[in-house]
Design a protein around this ligand. Structure first.
Ligand SMILES: [Zn+2]
Length: 78
């Protein structure tokens, strides 16, 4: 089981970002070695950037630029 994540994402100290399907299991040694943890919800939509699962992303990128004037952009779960 993975810890609850308010963003639905997990990140590591190595800069990886993954969803609950792609993050290592807590039982996996990688969880501790790579320092995986749920990011704080305040980490999203900072300076028009938000994190996404880099494994689900077609671009394989962990950080995407959100459109600041897009009203459909989710704002931290309201
Ligand atoms: Zn994923």
């Amino acid at each position: 089981m993975l810890p609850e994540s308010s963003t639905g994402l997990y990140w590591s100290i190595r800069g990886h970002v993954a969803c609950n399907q792609h993050a290592p299991l807590v039982e996996d040694p990688r969880w501790g070695i790579e320092g995986w943890a749920p990011p704080p919800s305040s980490s999203q939509n900072v300076r028009s950037q938000r994190y996404q699962c880099q494994y689900c992303s077609p671009e394989q990128t962990a950080l995407v630029h959100a459109k600041p004037d897009d009203p459909s952009t989710p704002s931290q779960g309201a």
